[in-house]
Design a protein around this ligand. Structure first.
Ligand SMILES: [Zn+2]
Ligand SMILES: [Zn+2]
Length: 456
């Protein structure tokens, strides 16, 4: 059985090694040491055992790493410089190791008759040693799961010997370091106080959003959208996005809504949850209350946001996937006068019932016809005159509420029109609540900031 010292002698017999490369095959021994400390201890032990002169390590002569193990400080200095002006709390470092160096690592273990996977790889050591230095210099923490920033080092991007020659203040070329900034997220609820505002921007389908069409005289403004490129002048997304992107000093933003109402429906009362995702944010901690005021002032009453908070990455999936029930308020017109009792009875009949709905005729014709079942949780309403009513409906997510009223030529069963035996049509629709079915959207685990003081 070979001893640790035998193994170290075998490693040293392969050629000149730096302390890190000598210690790395023993990286799984003695937690709390660096590989360089392990290597230095082994080298010292052997020198003492042989009563030979101590021969200190020289990374520039190391045949395995070819000098890279002497560049941890320089790489970390470059990463810190690249991260200057970027606000982050967590980081991760990744390394691309040249294939020749990986081959050297394999040969080292083979020549010394060690297991091919003994200790750890240079890649792992590089990630940890550089990362530790970046963390210490910036006062931030490593996060292997979803860091705010990720720095990827391409070792082939610089020559280690040049770096070793330039001494303590050395940096590597910035081309060898790729800094990626992960997105940041703001959660909130929006209200849409006017009709005919889409949730997300809606490019003109005639000109594809360019605002230009080809006429006899060459390019001219698109007839369909008047040259704006948009079918609707604005959207909730366009109202919210620029302010959040600016506040976070990011490059661009994406709007994620918890479902969407029809363009002609308002979104009132509690509003609808959304997340604004900001790409490459240089500031991850804007003041949500100030941002909220700014958005609301600029929107001047057409759109309002409330309850803005800094959210985690997981909040995007939360708003998109969390099952939610919806509350509606609809103005309804009947083609014949309705009796008060019949109206109340029909609403009572719908309360708690499960309706079957074929895909509505107004929905995309290319979509395959499906029958879905949805529960109507609650109904309520007031007949204002014999042919007009306000109807309030609380239904399971995905319930087609206009069709629940009209029956959509019998495609929704039962329906208000069907129960009353007369045509009924929604003339104006408002969504007044979007609530999680099993629990609220706003659980603390999805937020990065402290809960705000409720202003209302
Ligand atoms: Zn080395
Ligand atoms: Zn157009």
């Amino acid at each position: 059985m070979t001893t640790l010292e035998d193994d170290a002698r075998a490693l040293l017999a392969t050629g000149p090694l730096c302390d890190s490369c000598l210690g790395r095959p023993f990286a799984d021994r003695s937690f709390g040491l660096t590989n360089a400390e392990r290597g230095r201890a082994l080298r010292t032990t052997i020198a003492l055992a042989d009563d030979a002169d101590y021969d200190p390590d020289a990374p520039d002569a190391c045949w395995v790493c070819e000098g890279y193990c002497g560049t941890f400080d320089a790489i970390a200095a470059t990463i810190v410089a690249e991260l200057d002006g970027i606000d982050f709390e967590t980081y991760q470092v990744g390394t691309k190791v040249p294939p020749l160096v990986e081959e050297n690592e394999r040969l080292l273990r083979e020549d010394a008759a060690l297991e091919p996977d003994s200790g750890e790889s240079l890649k792992r050591e590089m990630n940890r040693e550089v990362g530790r230095r970046v963390g210490a210099k910036t006062g931030t923490d490593v996060d292997f799961d979803r860091p705010d920033v990720l720095a990827v080092i391409d070792l082939e991007g610089f020559g280690p010997l040049d770096v070793l020659e330039s001494g303590a203040a050395a940096e590597v070329t910035s081309h060898a370091v790729d800094v990626q900034i992960n997105p940041a997220f703001v959660y909130g609820r929006y209200r849409k106080l006017e009709r005919d505002i889409p949730q997300t921007e809606w490019p003109c389908r005639e000109c594809g959003g360019s605002g230009i069409q080809l006429g006899d005289g060459g390019e001219e403004p698109c007839d369909y959208c008047g040259g704006s490129g948009y079918l609707y002048e604005t959207s909730v997304e366009q109202t919210v996005r620029p302010h959040v992107v600016d506040a976070m000093d990011g490059d661009e933003g994406t709007f994620h809504g918890a479902g969407r109402e029809d363009v002609d429906a308002r979104m009132l009362e509690e509003g609808r949850p959304f997340v604004l995702e900001v790409k490459r944010p240089r500031n991850r901690d804007p003041d949500p209350a100030a941002l909220e005021r700014e958005i609301n002032e600029a929107a001047a009453g057409s759109v309002e946001v409330a309850g803005l908070r800094l959210a985690t990455y997981e909040m995007v999936e939360r708003v998109k996937e969390h099952d939610a029930s919806k509350r509606y308020r609809a103005d309804v017109e009947f083609s014949e006068p309705i009796d008060e009792t019949a109206f109340e009875d029909a609403l009572a009949e719908l309360r708690g019932t499960t309706v079957e709905q074929d895909t509505p005729q107004r929905v995309d014709h290319r979509r395959a016809a499906l029958t879905r079942e949805r529960t109507v949780y609650d109904t309520d309403g007031d007949l204002s005159d014999p042919t007009r009513a306000e109807v309030r409906i609380h239904g399971e997510g995905g319930l087609y509420v206009k069709e629940l009223v009209s029956s959509d030529d019998g495609r929704t069963e039962p329906s208000l029109a069907g129960l009353l035996g007369t045509d009924a049509e929604v003339t104006a629709l408002d969504v007044i609540g979007v609530e999680g079915e099993t629990e609220p959207f706003e659980l603390e685990e999805y937020f990065r900031d402290e809960p705000g003081v409720d202003e209302e």
